[in-house]
Design a protein around this ligand. Sequence first.
Ligand code: UDP
Length: 239
Amino acid sequence: MSLPALKRVLLKLSGEVLMGGQQFGIDPEFVAELAKEVKAAKETGLEICLVIGGGNIFRGMAGAAKGMDRAQADYMGMLATVMNALAMQNALEQLGVQTRVQSAIEMDKVCEPVIRRRAERHLEKGRVVIFAAGVGAPYFTTDSGAALRAAEMKCDALLKGTSVDGVYDSDPKQNPDATRFDTVTYDRVLADNLKVMDASAVALCRDNRIPIVVFSIREKGNLARVLAGEGVQTIVQDS
Ligand code: UDP
């Protein structure tokens, strides 16, 4: 199994990678490094949609576990993703990359609302479009937001840049014998509940035949390697 030719991709970054070496929040120096990787990928001619999580600031499940109303906590999580989107927009524009942020929760003083046809136009003009606030509804994650935007923007692949270098048959932090898949099917991921993305995101990618590429974005140059088909990664797609 290998990837199709990529013209347009959706890059999903976990919020936690924006922390760099910190325990919480946004490290602007590390965000600048990530922006360099995105810029280099764009310079290969790719059209790039970006989705950034919010886990470095707030996760609804964590709030709910401490007694908060889940929906209220999820709205806070969605607002966190908007902060991350603005941080990445700032870093990209400082490198001369044109961007637009589109949020699923309207906040017109800060960014555009999600309008698919407008996003298309931005991509045509060579802008990176950063989609914020997930799907705009509680009880979802930004992985589902990423799968949704990848489908509606007709992306050739969803690249999930995270802290681990792929999908393992068990948690590599708990089990030293865990092995990484080079490729794995959507159905195996769902049946074995492998930790890639939440089930709704995986199912949406499966139903729309969008390959998911899981890789570590923490190592410098990894995005370029993965795009060149050389990096350490796991590809989730049909067999
Ligand atoms: N969230 C939500 N609906 C969405 C996307 C996100 O309610 O469509 C909330 C949810 O609370 C989630 C938080 O925003 O925990 C941050 O997103 P996520 O946990 O996906 O971030 P990541 O793990 O990628 O950093």
